[in-house]
Design a protein around this ligand. Structure first.
Ligand code: AMP
Ligand code: MG
Length: 479
């Protein structure tokens, strides 16, 4: 592994230089072989030492990054990595720069009252969920390893401790910009903008004084794409605070996330989200709100005249809705079999969504059945039972289209997953791992989740909806 650390050159206002705290008995529990290969990590007896933070890899200069953030709408001027260490950056086999970060690796200047540690369960959860999202084709941070520490962490109950190794395109967040804006340090924000452009939006390098507004536009664009993708598979992030909003447009921070079962926009699973701020259907609104917070941090750079700046930034933030809406209806049409919809087809698409909601149907199972119904009698019967008249109109319309049924089905299969990391299976697997201290259950599950659009022999074990429809299911922040 060859480190090449660029963040460190931004200067020490941006981080604290600090090594991870050592642990007593590190052991690799989950290991992502394919990702390790991409990162050119050689097999070694020392992996557990390196990915627990006990030993520092050559070339690594560990940092805890500074950032602020709006948490559930309330601004906190200083958060920062309170239990994470950026080991450094490496260039992967595709030539992309990746951050390698340990989480649960001990206290830093930003820990406030926290212990700097991570419990085993949430670490397994982040590994499973982020790798599932990756396989679904959604922009996300990834997980290289879960390393148990041999130590106990105290939450509501004592739990085994773990360190998770996260791989990200960067850890620049909206909250990083807010940290400096709160201090009125616009020199630092300009540096951050140039760093972000260099790393994520190199095409904007030529934009001169326009680069700040162009960066805002580009980040907004990636956020709209990301949220549309979340809605496509039924992902509920659960804690879309501005410190959990990546400038690179990746899904980041898998604390209380969950998957939608029954189609209902009001679905919330996070135990602390009592107002439903981060409900499934609220995610586009919140992403736009987060983009408005980013825009605010850039105002003094966008234009010398404040009024002009506000006008430019507001119009960019306002465009979020339209960009989102266009992509969203295209995506929902594709899920419903229309790759090139005509005006009337959108009506059929939205009627189906209403039907799902009214009849409280399972999102993934129903779209999968709709897809299969193009070739399977049994699935067709199922769809007639749940969607009678609508289904007859739909199948007639499918037969009117230029494409033949098998081509339509192929397109639908690309956007409608057969299997997702369903909440009850995620919980079962985590519990089994904690009880047995054996990774087999997790690895078998992850293997299936690696091909979410294809039916394999084992897929059927994980496709079922929970018998109670996820009633009362609660998730917790990743502590
Ligand atoms: P998160 O909920 O993981 O996005 O974390 C929000 C903030 O709380 C970040 O600044 C974290 O570093 C900090 N934090 C969360 N858990 C801990 C912990 N156990 N010890 C120290 N800081 C923590
Ligand atoms: Mg966070």
């Amino acid at each position: 592994m060859k480190f090449s650390n660029s963040y460190i050159h931004l200067g020490d206002l941006f981080y604290e230089k600090i090594n991870p705290q050592t642990v007593t008995n590190p052991e690799i529990f989950l290991w992502n072989e394919a990702l390790a290969d991409e990162l050119n990590i050689q097999d070694s007896q020392q992996l557990a030492q390196f990915f627990s933070g006990n030993r520092i890899l050559p070339g690594s200069e560990p940092l805890a990054l500074a950032y602020a953030g709006h948490q559930f709408g309330n601004f906190v001027p200083q958060l920062g990595d309170g239990r994470a260490h950026l080991l450094g950056e490496v260039i992967d086999q595709n030539g992309n720069r990746k951050d390698i970060q340990l989480k649960g690796s001990g206290q830093t200047r930003f820990s406030r009252n926290g212990d700097g540690r991570c419990a085993f369960g949430p670490a397994i959860r982040e590994f499973i969920m982020s790798e599932a999202m990756y396989a679904l084709g959604i922009s996300t941070t990834r997980s290289l390893a879960v390393t148990t520490t041999g130590e106990t962490v105290f939450r509501e109950t004592p739990q085994p401790g773990a360190v998770i190794t996260r791989v990200a395109s960067s850890h620049l967040r909206v909250g990083t910009f807010q940290y400096f804006a709160a201090q009125g340090n616009y020199q630092a924000i300009e540096k951050l903008c140039d760093y972000a452009i260099d790393r994520h939006y190199p095409e904007l390098k030529e934009a001169g004084d326009q680069r700040f507004q162009e960066l805002l536009k580009a980040v907004i664009d990636r956020q709209t794409r990301l949220v549309v993708e979340w809605l496509r598979v039924g992902f509920i992030h659960g804690v879309m605070n501005t410190d959990n909003t990546s400038i690179a447009g990746e899904t980041i921070d898998y604390g209380p996330c969950a998957m939608l079962g029954v189609y209902d926009h009001k679905t919330v699973y996070s135990s602390i989200d009592v107002q439903g701020r981060y409900a499934f259907g609220n995610q586009p609104t919140i992403a736009q709100w987060n983009m408005a917070r980013l825009a605010e941090t850039l105002l003094p750079l966008i234009h010398a005249e404040e009024q002009k700046s506000i006008e430019i930034a507001s119009s960019l933030v306002d465009e979020f809705s339209e960009r989102f809406q266009t992509r969203y209806i295209t995506m929902m049409a594709a899920k419903t079999g229309f790759s090139d919809p005509e005006e009337n087809d959108y009506q059929l698409v939205s009627e189906f969504q209403n039907l799902l909601e009214e009849k409280q149907l399972d999102y993934t199972i129903t779209f999968n059945a709709l897809t299969r119904s193009l070739s399977s009698e049994q699935a067709q019967q199922h769809m007639r039972n749940v969607a009678g008249d609508w289904y007859n109109r739909w199948i007639n319309r499918m037969d009117e289209l230029q494409e033949n049924r098998s081509d339509i089905q192929k397109s639908m299969q690309q956007v409608n997953p057969v299997v997702i990391p369903r909440n009850h299976h995620v919980e079962n697997v985590i519990n089994t791992c904690i009880q047995t201290r054996d990774a087999q259950a997790a690895n078998e599950f992850i293997d299936v989740l690696k091909s979410p659009y294809a039916e394999t022999i084992a897929t059927g074990l994980y496709q079922d909806a929970p018998t109670n429809g996820d009633m009362g299911y609660k998730t917790f922040c990743g502590t």
